[in-house]
Design a protein around this ligand. Sequence first.
Ligand SMILES: Cc1cc2nc3c(=O)[nH]c(=O)nc-3n(C[C@H](O)[C@H](O)[C@H](O)COP(=O)(O)O)c2cc1C
Length: 294
Amino acid sequence: MLEVDLCGIKLKNPLILASGILGSYSSSLNEIAKTAGAVVTKSVSIEGREGYKNPTVINWKCGLINAVGLASPPAEIFAKELRNFNKSCPLIVSLYGKSPKDFSKLAEIFEIADAFELNLSCPHVKGAGMEIGKDIELSCELVKAMKEITEKPIIAKISAMHDYVKLSKELEKVGLDAVAISNTLPGMKIDIISKKPILSNLTGGVSGPGIKPIALKCVFDLYKALEIPIIGCGGITTFEDVLEFIMAGASAVQIGSAVYYSKGIFCSLKESLEAFLRMNNSRISELVGIAHLR
Ligand SMILES: Cc1cc2nc3c(=O)[nH]c(=O)nc-3n(C[C@H](O)[C@H](O)[C@H](O)COP(=O)(O)O)c2cc1C
Protein backbone atom coordinates (compact mmCIF):
# COMPACT_ATOMS: atom_id res chain seq x y z
CA MET A 1 0.00 0.00 0.00
CA LEU A 2 2.81 2.41 0.95
CA GLU A 3 5.64 0.84 -1.09
CA VAL A 4 7.49 3.13 -3.47
CA ASP A 5 10.01 2.54 -6.24
CA LEU A 6 12.43 5.45 -6.24
CA CYS A 7 14.79 5.25 -9.23
CA GLY A 8 14.93 1.48 -8.89
CA ILE A 9 15.32 1.48 -5.10
CA LYS A 10 12.48 -0.18 -3.22
CA LEU A 11 11.23 1.82 -0.23
CA LYS A 12 8.79 0.29 2.27
CA ASN A 13 7.08 3.68 2.45
CA PRO A 14 7.61 7.17 0.97
CA LEU A 15 8.85 8.73 4.24
CA ILE A 16 12.55 9.62 4.14
CA LEU A 17 14.60 11.16 6.95
CA ALA A 18 15.96 14.50 5.63
CA SER A 19 19.69 15.27 5.72
CA GLY A 20 21.32 16.77 8.79
CA ILE A 21 18.53 16.11 11.22
CA LEU A 22 20.10 13.39 13.34
CA GLY A 23 23.78 14.32 13.06
CA SER A 24 26.59 12.09 11.89
CA TYR A 25 26.17 8.89 13.88
CA SER A 26 24.68 5.58 12.75
CA SER A 27 23.22 5.02 16.21
CA SER A 28 20.79 7.91 15.70
CA LEU A 29 19.91 6.81 12.14
CA ASN A 30 19.37 3.17 13.18
CA GLU A 31 16.24 3.79 15.25
CA ILE A 32 14.47 5.84 12.54
CA ALA A 33 15.61 3.38 9.83
CA LYS A 34 13.30 0.73 11.33
CA THR A 35 10.23 2.74 10.27
CA ALA A 36 11.47 5.14 7.55
CA GLY A 37 11.39 4.36 3.83
CA ALA A 38 15.01 5.58 3.61
CA VAL A 39 17.39 7.79 5.56
CA VAL A 40 19.68 10.56 4.32
CA THR A 41 22.92 11.21 6.22
CA LYS A 42 24.25 14.57 7.34
CA SER A 43 25.96 16.24 4.35
CA VAL A 44 29.62 15.26 4.20
CA SER A 45 32.68 16.58 2.36
CA ILE A 46 36.21 15.25 1.90
CA GLU A 47 37.83 17.41 4.59
CA GLY A 48 34.79 17.81 6.90
CA ARG A 49 33.89 21.07 8.65
CA GLU A 50 33.69 22.19 12.24
CA GLY A 51 30.59 24.30 11.61
CA TYR A 52 29.60 27.53 13.36
CA LYS A 53 29.67 28.38 17.06
CA ASN A 54 26.48 28.19 19.14
CA PRO A 55 23.74 29.27 18.90
CA THR A 56 23.27 27.30 15.71
CA VAL A 57 19.60 26.26 15.93
CA ILE A 58 16.68 28.36 17.15
CA ASN A 59 13.01 27.61 17.48
CA TRP A 60 10.50 30.15 16.20
CA LYS A 61 6.73 30.22 15.84
CA CYS A 62 6.56 28.25 12.59
CA GLY A 63 9.62 26.01 12.70
CA LEU A 64 13.39 26.29 13.13
CA ILE A 65 16.18 28.51 11.86
CA ASN A 66 19.60 26.85 11.72
CA ALA A 67 23.11 27.74 10.77
CA VAL A 68 24.91 24.58 11.80
CA GLY A 69 27.39 25.27 8.99
CA LEU A 70 27.59 21.76 7.50
CA ALA A 71 29.44 20.45 10.55
CA SER A 72 30.58 16.88 9.90
CA PRO A 73 33.68 14.71 10.25
CA PRO A 74 35.97 14.14 7.23
CA ALA A 75 34.55 11.67 4.71
CA GLU A 76 36.89 8.75 5.54
CA ILE A 77 35.97 8.91 9.26
CA PHE A 78 32.27 9.35 8.51
CA ALA A 79 32.33 6.35 6.14
CA LYS A 80 33.95 4.18 8.80
CA GLU A 81 31.29 5.21 11.33
CA LEU A 82 28.51 4.37 8.86
CA ARG A 83 29.60 0.71 8.91
CA ASN A 84 27.47 0.57 12.08
CA PHE A 85 24.33 1.43 10.10
CA ASN A 86 21.77 -1.38 10.58
CA LYS A 87 20.57 -1.42 6.92
CA SER A 88 16.89 -1.55 7.95
CA CYS A 89 16.20 0.72 4.98
CA PRO A 90 18.16 2.19 2.05
CA LEU A 91 20.91 4.65 2.99
CA ILE A 92 21.27 7.84 0.99
CA VAL A 93 24.55 9.66 1.59
CA SER A 94 24.40 13.44 1.23
CA LEU A 95 27.53 14.96 -0.32
CA TYR A 96 28.84 18.48 -0.69
CA GLY A 97 31.95 19.76 -2.38
CA LYS A 98 33.22 22.30 -4.87
CA SER A 99 34.35 20.35 -7.93
CA PRO A 100 33.52 17.24 -9.96
CA LYS A 101 36.74 15.70 -8.55
CA ASP A 102 35.49 16.20 -4.96
CA PHE A 103 32.20 14.46 -5.74
CA SER A 104 33.78 11.52 -7.61
CA LYS A 105 36.14 10.93 -4.69
CA LEU A 106 33.24 11.03 -2.22
CA ALA A 107 31.31 8.49 -4.31
CA GLU A 108 34.28 6.12 -4.06
CA ILE A 109 34.62 6.59 -0.29
CA PHE A 110 30.93 5.91 0.44
CA GLU A 111 30.63 2.44 -1.04
CA ILE A 112 28.00 1.75 1.62
CA ALA A 113 25.49 4.17 0.01
CA ASP A 114 22.43 2.91 -1.86
CA ALA A 115 22.09 6.35 -3.50
CA PHE A 116 23.72 9.77 -3.31
CA GLU A 117 22.10 13.14 -2.67
CA LEU A 118 24.11 16.14 -3.88
CA ASN A 119 23.63 19.11 -1.57
CA LEU A 120 23.34 22.00 -4.03
CA SER A 121 21.26 24.11 -1.70
CA CYS A 122 22.56 24.74 1.86
CA PRO A 123 21.96 28.50 2.30
CA HIS A 124 24.55 29.35 4.94
CA VAL A 125 28.00 28.12 3.85
CA LYS A 126 30.04 30.21 1.44
CA GLY A 127 31.24 28.42 -1.68
CA ALA A 128 29.11 25.31 -1.04
CA GLY A 129 25.49 24.19 -1.30
CA MET A 130 23.27 26.98 -2.57
CA GLU A 131 26.12 28.80 -4.34
CA ILE A 132 26.99 25.65 -6.31
CA GLY A 133 23.35 25.13 -7.31
CA LYS A 134 23.17 28.69 -8.64
CA ASP A 135 25.83 27.74 -11.19
CA ILE A 136 23.85 25.50 -13.55
CA GLU A 137 26.88 24.59 -15.68
CA LEU A 138 28.93 23.50 -12.66
CA SER A 139 25.96 21.58 -11.22
CA CYS A 140 25.66 19.68 -14.53
CA GLU A 141 29.38 18.88 -14.40
CA LEU A 142 28.96 17.45 -10.89
CA VAL A 143 26.09 15.21 -11.96
CA LYS A 144 28.02 14.05 -15.04
CA ALA A 145 31.05 13.21 -12.86
CA MET A 146 28.86 11.19 -10.49
CA LYS A 147 27.17 9.32 -13.35
CA GLU A 148 30.59 8.37 -14.73
CA ILE A 149 31.81 6.92 -11.45
CA THR A 150 28.72 5.14 -10.09
CA GLU A 151 25.57 3.37 -11.25
CA LYS A 152 23.78 4.26 -8.01
CA PRO A 153 20.94 6.79 -8.28
CA ILE A 154 21.94 10.46 -8.05
CA ILE A 155 19.52 12.87 -6.39
CA ALA A 156 20.10 16.64 -6.53
CA LYS A 157 18.81 18.52 -3.50
CA ILE A 158 17.92 22.00 -4.68
CA SER A 159 16.21 25.06 -3.25
CA ALA A 160 13.04 27.05 -3.80
CA MET A 161 15.46 29.99 -4.04
CA HIS A 162 17.03 28.58 -7.22
CA ASP A 163 15.66 28.96 -10.72
CA TYR A 164 14.52 25.46 -9.83
CA VAL A 165 12.62 24.46 -12.99
CA LYS A 166 15.50 25.51 -15.27
CA LEU A 167 18.15 23.95 -13.00
CA SER A 168 16.41 20.60 -12.67
CA LYS A 169 15.58 20.37 -16.39
CA GLU A 170 19.27 20.86 -17.23
CA LEU A 171 20.30 18.29 -14.60
CA GLU A 172 17.75 15.82 -15.95
CA LYS A 173 19.32 16.19 -19.43
CA VAL A 174 22.73 15.06 -18.09
CA GLY A 175 21.31 11.99 -16.39
CA LEU A 176 20.11 13.07 -12.94
CA ASP A 177 17.85 10.38 -11.40
CA ALA A 178 15.70 12.45 -9.01
CA VAL A 179 15.29 15.94 -7.56
CA ALA A 180 14.70 16.74 -3.87
CA ILE A 181 13.21 20.15 -3.13
CA SER A 182 13.60 22.16 -0.90
CA ASN A 183 16.44 22.75 1.48
CA THR A 184 15.98 25.41 4.19
CA LEU A 185 15.33 28.96 2.96
CA PRO A 186 17.47 31.93 4.07
CA GLY A 187 16.22 33.76 7.15
CA MET A 188 17.18 35.26 10.51
CA LYS A 189 15.96 36.29 13.98
CA ILE A 190 16.96 39.28 16.12
CA ASP A 191 17.00 39.34 19.93
CA ILE A 192 15.33 42.64 20.85
CA ILE A 193 17.02 42.78 24.28
CA SER A 194 20.63 42.47 23.05
CA LYS A 195 19.54 44.08 19.76
CA LYS A 196 21.62 41.55 17.86
CA PRO A 197 20.97 38.63 15.49
CA ILE A 198 20.67 35.45 17.56
CA LEU A 199 22.52 32.99 15.34
CA SER A 200 26.31 33.20 15.59
CA ASN A 201 26.39 33.21 11.79
CA LEU A 202 23.80 36.08 11.85
CA THR A 203 21.60 34.35 9.25
CA GLY A 204 20.56 30.76 8.68
CA GLY A 205 18.05 28.50 6.99
CA VAL A 206 14.36 28.40 7.85
CA SER A 207 12.64 25.01 8.03
CA GLY A 208 9.37 23.63 9.38
CA PRO A 209 5.71 24.47 8.73
CA GLY A 210 6.48 28.09 7.67
CA ILE A 211 8.08 26.89 4.41
CA LYS A 212 5.57 24.16 3.51
CA PRO A 213 3.43 26.10 1.00
CA ILE A 214 6.57 27.28 -0.80
CA ALA A 215 8.06 23.78 -1.08
CA LEU A 216 4.68 22.37 -2.13
CA LYS A 217 4.44 24.81 -5.05
CA CYS A 218 7.97 23.87 -6.14
CA VAL A 219 6.93 20.21 -6.35
CA PHE A 220 3.74 21.15 -8.25
CA ASP A 221 5.78 23.20 -10.77
CA LEU A 222 8.45 20.52 -11.20
CA TYR A 223 5.93 17.74 -11.78
CA LYS A 224 4.79 19.55 -14.93
CA ALA A 225 8.37 20.00 -16.17
CA LEU A 226 10.21 16.75 -15.37
CA GLU A 227 10.09 13.04 -16.18
CA ILE A 228 12.31 12.00 -13.24
CA PRO A 229 10.90 11.49 -9.72
CA ILE A 230 10.57 14.40 -7.30
CA ILE A 231 11.13 14.18 -3.55
CA GLY A 232 9.21 16.85 -1.64
CA CYS A 233 10.69 18.40 1.49
CA GLY A 234 9.72 21.33 3.70
CA GLY A 235 7.47 21.65 6.70
CA ILE A 236 5.91 18.20 6.75
CA THR A 237 4.49 17.43 10.20
CA THR A 238 1.22 15.56 9.50
CA PHE A 239 -0.03 12.79 7.20
CA GLU A 240 -2.16 15.41 5.43
CA ASP A 241 1.06 17.30 4.59
CA VAL A 242 2.54 14.10 3.13
CA LEU A 243 -0.54 13.55 0.98
CA GLU A 244 -0.46 17.15 -0.30
CA PHE A 245 3.13 16.68 -1.48
CA ILE A 246 2.31 13.32 -3.09
CA MET A 247 -0.75 14.77 -4.84
CA ALA A 248 1.34 17.73 -6.06
CA GLY A 249 3.69 15.23 -7.73
CA ALA A 250 6.21 13.95 -5.19
CA SER A 251 7.05 10.24 -5.38
CA ALA A 252 8.43 10.40 -1.84
CA VAL A 253 8.92 13.02 0.88
CA GLN A 254 11.63 13.98 3.33
CA ILE A 255 10.94 14.88 6.93
CA GLY A 256 13.31 17.05 8.93
CA SER A 257 12.26 19.52 11.63
CA ALA A 258 9.24 17.41 12.65
CA VAL A 259 11.68 14.86 14.14
CA TYR A 260 12.69 17.51 16.70
CA TYR A 261 9.07 17.76 17.82
CA SER A 262 8.39 14.01 17.88
CA LYS A 263 10.82 11.11 17.59
CA GLY A 264 7.82 8.88 16.80
CA ILE A 265 6.81 10.96 13.77
CA PHE A 266 7.65 8.27 11.18
CA CYS A 267 5.55 5.69 12.98
CA SER A 268 2.52 7.96 13.42
CA LEU A 269 2.67 9.25 9.81
CA LYS A 270 2.88 5.69 8.49
CA GLU A 271 -0.12 4.51 10.52
CA SER A 272 -2.26 7.52 9.51
CA LEU A 273 -1.32 7.12 5.83
CA GLU A 274 -2.25 3.43 5.93
CA ALA A 275 -5.63 4.27 7.48
CA PHE A 276 -6.26 6.95 4.83
CA LEU A 277 -5.34 4.58 1.98
CA ARG A 278 -7.48 1.76 3.39
CA MET A 279 -10.44 4.15 3.64
CA ASN A 280 -9.90 5.28 0.06
CA ASN A 281 -9.10 1.79 -1.24
CA SER A 282 -5.98 3.18 -2.84
CA ARG A 283 -2.19 2.82 -3.03
CA ILE A 284 0.19 5.74 -2.41
CA SER A 285 1.70 5.41 -5.91
CA GLU A 286 -1.75 5.99 -7.47
CA LEU A 287 -1.94 9.42 -5.82
CA VAL A 288 1.31 10.84 -7.22
CA GLY A 289 0.48 14.03 -9.15
CA ILE A 290 -3.27 13.46 -8.89
CA ALA A 291 -3.86 17.16 -8.07
CA HIS A 292 -2.89 17.98 -11.66
CA LEU A 293 -5.90 16.16 -13.14
CA ARG A 294 -8.66 18.50 -14.34
C1 LIG B 1 19.53 21.42 12.07
C2 LIG B 1 19.40 21.18 10.61
C3 LIG B 1 20.51 20.71 9.90
C4 LIG B 1 20.40 20.46 8.51
N1 LIG B 1 21.49 19.97 7.83
C5 LIG B 1 21.38 19.71 6.50
C6 LIG B 1 22.47 19.12 5.79
O1 LIG B 1 23.54 18.81 6.32
N2 LIG B 1 22.30 18.91 4.45
C7 LIG B 1 21.13 19.20 3.78
O2 LIG B 1 21.03 18.97 2.58
N3 LIG B 1 20.07 19.72 4.46
C8 LIG B 1 20.17 19.98 5.78
N4 LIG B 1 19.10 20.49 6.46
C9 LIG B 1 17.85 20.75 5.73
C10 LIG B 1 16.85 19.60 5.88
O3 LIG B 1 17.37 18.41 5.35
C11 LIG B 1 15.52 19.96 5.16
O4 LIG B 1 15.78 20.13 3.78
C12 LIG B 1 14.90 21.23 5.69
O5 LIG B 1 15.01 21.29 7.09
C13 LIG B 1 13.43 21.36 5.29
O6 LIG B 1 12.67 20.29 5.76
P1 LIG B 1 11.81 20.37 7.14
O7 LIG B 1 10.96 21.60 7.06
O8 LIG B 1 11.06 19.10 7.19
O9 LIG B 1 12.82 20.49 8.25
C14 LIG B 1 19.17 20.73 7.83
C15 LIG B 1 18.07 21.20 8.57
C16 LIG B 1 18.16 21.42 9.93
C17 LIG B 1 16.96 21.92 10.67
